[in-house]
Design a protein around this ligand. Structure first.
Ligand code: UT7
Length: 414
């Protein structure tokens, strides 16, 4: 799916394309991340599968990853990341129009993880949905929200990439389990009349490669609760043909970044930072060679978190901003690739407006805390009132029957 108009490539840099010029721009105004405390090193991994720290580091660049505790899930990590992003953006939950969660390890098929987070945030004016495009999901979500903002349909959205991959990897397959980790990242996108923000995006899919990377089961092919899974793949467990995915990834990174920058009217070398999906350092090195750019242009933190699927781009983005690698007016690229097969690239002109004065921030932080507490109270109240209604409902027919019986006794039929 091309969501931009390639016929307008080369237009003035800084002006987004793909929609009529509405004079509304979608800017990143907040960012946040949340990772579990528990660190699993490569040595820890070698106690589970036949591998070594040397093999993992040399083949992937990964040194360690985070693993969710029993109390953590895709929704709880996503919630924390979203709350941090709202703090930076200084946006109240009630100002959100849309909550999108990109994930491959959703809390349930439904209710969506996005709806759970929407309720926990107290985002009472927002729509919410999960987006399934595997490791490209965050970029897809950004584009869905950006287009909605630029069309004037909504003003503010939070896009979350959140994963607990540790729950869906096959811990007996050393070719995949060593790669993945848990975590979440989030971004607040907001309408602004300042030129810039999301400039262009390329979204693509090639479903013919669906068998190369997947997480089978729990779908509509699950007739009578028994899924027939081909090739020895396990229900609810991820599988991957690493070599084929590697080749696919190195090809589409260069291709899609070139298309997205063309459409934004700039060159790949103009991007101050490219924030890629963090799958494998060797993939990014190969992509840098084919793009003829220095690999340092890629933001990389996979050594510490591994591959966190849809969460990897927003987590890397947070660290790029926090370490000062991205400054106002910088061009920033995103590129994601993964199951589907799917891939996506995006170009933004960074322009996060100045945050509000400290006093306003403080007051608004208290208002956000109040909104979160109110949301918890509202959920509890709704649960209690539903239980009470059920109880009353169960009692009511008996009461009616009792009244009828008494009436029949008083007024016998003739
Ligand atoms: O997020 C979605 C996108 N995912 C990706 O982009 C992942 C893309 N693929 C990759 O990153 C790489 O293909 C892997 C890291 C998964 C594998 O690296 P590779 O260099 O392609 O290794 P390989 O699969 O070709 O395996 C080479 C050897 C094999 O042994 P033999 O047959 O040569 O004796 C494997 O059995 O390495 C062996 N091997 C391992 N050895 C130690 C595979 N996994 C491991 C392991 N530890 N964990």
């Amino acid at each position: 799916m091309a969501t931009t108009n390639s016929g307008r490539a080369g237009q003035r840099a800084g002006r987004p394309i793909g929609l009529p010029d509405t004079g509304i721009y979608a800017h990143v105004v907040g960012w946040g991340m949340a990772v579990p405390d528990k660190i699993m090193t490569n040595d820890d991994m070698s106690a589970i599968v036949d591998t070594t720290d040397e093999w993992i580091q040399s083949r992937t660049g990964i040194k360690e990853r985070r693993i969710a505790s029993d109390k953590e899930s895709t929704a709880t990590l996503g919630l924390k990341a979203a709350q941090r992003a709202l703090d930076i953006a200084d946006v109240l939950p009630t100002e959100l129009d849309l909550v999108i969660v990109a994930t491959s390890s959703a809390e349930h098929i439904f209710p969506s993880t996005a709806s759970l987070i929407q309720a926990w945030l107290g985002a009472t004016n927002a729509g919410a949905f999960d987006l399934s495009a595997a490791c490209s999901g965050f970029v897809y979500g950004m584009q869905m929200a950006a287009q909605s903002i630029r069309s004037g349909a909504i003003r503010t959205a939070v896009i979350i990439g959140s994963e607990t991959m540790s729950r869906v990897v096959d811990w007996s397959d050393r070719g995949t389990c060593i790669l993945f980790g848990d975590g979440a990242g989030a971004v607040v996108l907001r309408a602004s009349d300042t030129e810039g923000g999301v400039l262009s995006a390329i979204l693509r899919s090639d479903g013919t490669g669906g068998d190369l990377l997947g997480l089978p089961g729990f779908g509509s092919n699950d007739i009578d609760g028994v899924v027939e899974i081909a090739n020895g793949h396990r229900q609810g467990k991820m599988h991957m043909n690493g070599g084929e995915v590697f080749k696919f990834a190195t090809r589409v990174i260069g291709e899609s970044l070139t298309q997205a920058t063309d459409q934004a009217g700039i060159k790949v070398s103009d991007l101050k930072v490219i924030v890629p999906h963090q799958a494998n350092a060797r993939i990014l090195q190969a992509a840098a060679r084919s793009l003829k750019i220095n690999e340092s242009q890629f933001m990389m933190n996979l050594d510490r978190y591994g591959n966190t699927s849809a969460a990897s781009i927003p987590i890397a983005l947070c660290e790029a901003v926090q370490t000062g690698r991205i400054l106002p007016d910088d061009y920033v690229g995103f590129v994601g690739f993964g199951g589907g097969l799917t891939w996506a690239a995006m170009v933004l002109k960074w322009g996060a407006p100045q945050s509000a004065p400290a006093a306003t921030n403080f007051i608004n932080r208290q208002r956000r805390l109040f909104a979160y507490n109110l949301a918890t109270f509202r959920r509890t109240l709704q649960r209690v009132s539903r239980r009470l209604n059920n109880l009353i409902g169960r009692l009511r027919p008996q009461g009616k029957m009792e009244r009828l019986r008494k009436r029949v006794e008083r007024e016998p039929f003739e």
